[in-house]
Design a protein around this ligand. Sequence first.
Ligand SMILES: [Zn+2]
Length: 142
Amino acid sequence: MTGSNETSVCAESRAVFTDLLTNALTQQDRQRVLLHVKNCPACASALLAQQHSHTSNVVASTPKDTGWLIKLAWVLIIGAGLVIGGFLLWDLGIALWFDRSQPMWLRAALGIFYAGFALLFLAILRERLTARKTDKFRKVKQ
Ligand SMILES: [Zn+2]
């Protein structure tokens, strides 16, 4: 096989890689391209690279469409959960706190628990805000 002949077959095969990946080729063309790729390591790695970017394009395009909906759902769930959970815990906490018959260690543990809960909430809030900044930065970069 001469160099120039190989190059033209390679170029021809690589030109239809996209069609190959989207199953737009005829059975005959498909077999011809696959046969060449099997015998040509350069085209095989080129096909793999394109297959990878094709796959990640498909994967990346999916969350873009429904991403905001999922985010909104999480905000609603977490928001409502915090309100309900916070109210129940607060109600229980107040009852225990003012119940003088409860031991001191239980009331101290309750205070620590609320402090930890508040810290966790702040940490999540901070993380969310940082993630939002990163998202914006990524959009600008693209
Ligand atoms: Zn080739």
